[in-house]
Design a protein. Structure first.
Length: 435
């Protein structure tokens, strides 16, 4: 039996309180420590799978291999089946002579023993406790890198039975043909809430995080400017009562008082005077959002989900703190609906990020641009699939706030373009950057 074990360390502490009674009362706390190491266990029923074929008596043979896996990692594991260099051929051992030959895997399709192609090899999945949907009644070609087993939670015992087969005829040179099957088991990452992300975890390698307000998943990555950026457009539905109960200063980049105005309405400028509406309208003083394209995948580049996300007018994106009437207001937005520990970028932060890349294409790829356009003040979707437009927190004048404008020819901070004014009552997606 082949067995491999990989261990990471974590400490679980159990405190036991003991009380002793006699003529007088006496009590003492005793700490009882139990150390539990997260582990991956992987076993196979053999470490050598041998098929003996003789074209004069037996041209087809199949043998089974059972793989068992388990983990106490709370987010489970993934098991990948591959071969060295992803080679799908069985190579003849030519050390005793000069004959070089291979047995390729089956061509695409499914095969029974009677239809199995000569001078080929393949396998089938007889049983699988974690992924029953991949069980195959017939033999299939071997593909290196396939997920063989997986679990999203801790599991004591997962098991898969595989059947490997080969068929030959008189044309195949005699000899020993082999490859090495590699079962690679990894612990699934423990996805963190974006609000509690340790800054050291944000690196040049993108990671998945969860917004604890609505459990939406996002990619974040440290880009060339040294800052950690959201690679997806925000999809937070601030009109949902269930989500509104989670909008406070522990989850959102705003004060409790500001968020209370955003949710409940009331108060005076600069706070919202009506509650959040998902019906878009021509409003500066009320928070308005558009949910129609929240999960719509649009054109784009890079690693993000390419979902258009929610469109917010500026009153909404500022968490109700920048809800001045038209031709009113000044200065940057002090608060926004980004997660706690993150904020709506300034125009200077956008510019510095763009300047960190050699050209527009490299910037768009790194920033993972979704071409989601904007929503005009009458509710029409504008420039979707053509432009990426993202609010900033930077003040332009009493009508406009700066926004990032991206297309195939331009990356610029703008507040007015081609005769169209991007008033604060327009709807745009947002990105967030770690504070």
């Amino acid at each position: 039996m082949q067995k491999a074990k990989y261990i990471l360390y974590i400490v679980a502490i159990l405190s036991i309180f003991l009380m002793f009674s006699g003529d007088s009362t006496f009590a003492e706390n005793v700490d009882y420590n139990v150390t539990i190491a997260p582990a991956l266990t992987l076993t196979t029923t053999t470490n050598s799978l041998v098929l003996n074929l003789d074209p004069s008596s037996r041209t087809f043979e199949s043998k089974t291999l059972t793989v068992s896996a388990g983990t106490n990692n709370k987010t489970g594991y993934t098991l990948i089946l591959s071969t060295p260099n992803d080679n799908t051929d069985l190579d003849r051992n030519s050390s005793a002579d000069s004959i070089t030959a291979t047995i390729p895997t089956l061509a695409s399709g499914t095969y029974t023993e009677s239809t199995f192609t000569a001078d080929r090899w393949g396998y089938k999945i007889n049983s699988n406790t974690s992924l029953p949907s991949i069980i195959t009644t017939d033999y299939i070609p071997f593909v290196s890198g396939n997920t063989l087993m997986e679990s999203s939670t801790a599991i004591n015992h997962d098991e898969t039975e595989l059947a490997f087969a080969a068929k030959i005829d008189y044309l195949q040179p005699a000899g020993a043909y082999n490859t090495t099957l590699q079962f690679s088991m990894v612990a699934n990452p423990d996805i963190q809430n974006i609000q509690n992300l340790d800054p050291s975890f944000c690196t040049a390698v993108p990671i998945t995080v969860i917004d604890e307000r609505d459990n939406e998943e996002y990619l974040v990555q440290r880009l060339a400017d040294g800052n950690c950026w959201l690679l997806d457009n925000l999809r937070l539905d601030i009109s949902d009562p269930a989500i509104q109960t989670k909008l406070d200063s522990t989850t959102t980049n705003a004060t409790d008082a500001t968020l209370n105005y955003l949710i409940n309405g009331g108060g005076t400028s600069p706070y919202a005077t009506t509650s959040v509406s998902s019906t878009y309208g021509d409003s500066y003083i009320a928070p308005k959002i558009v949910l129609d394209y929240k999960d719509t995948v649009v054109s784009g580049t890079g690693l993000g989900s390419k979902k258009a996300g929610v469109y917010y007018n500026y009153c909404a994106v500022s968490a109700g703190s920048y809800c001045y009437a038209a031709a009113a207001g000044s200065g940057p937005a002090l608060y926004d609906i980004c997660p706690r520990g993150w904020h709506l970028p300034t125009s200077a932060e956008y510019t510095a990020l763009f300047s960190s890349y050699p050209d527009r294409s490299a910037f768009k790829e790194a920033f993972s641009v979704q071409l989601s356009g904007a929503i005009g003040n009458k509710g029409a979707t504008m420039w979707q699939e053509s432009y990426g437009m993202f609010w900033s927190k930077t003040f332009a004048n009493s009508y406009y706030m700066y926004y990032l404008w991206i297309n195939d020819e331009t990356v610029a901070m703008m507040y007015y373009l081609q005769g169209y004014a991007t008033y604060r009552n327009w709807g745009m997606p947002i990105r967030c950057v770690a504070s």
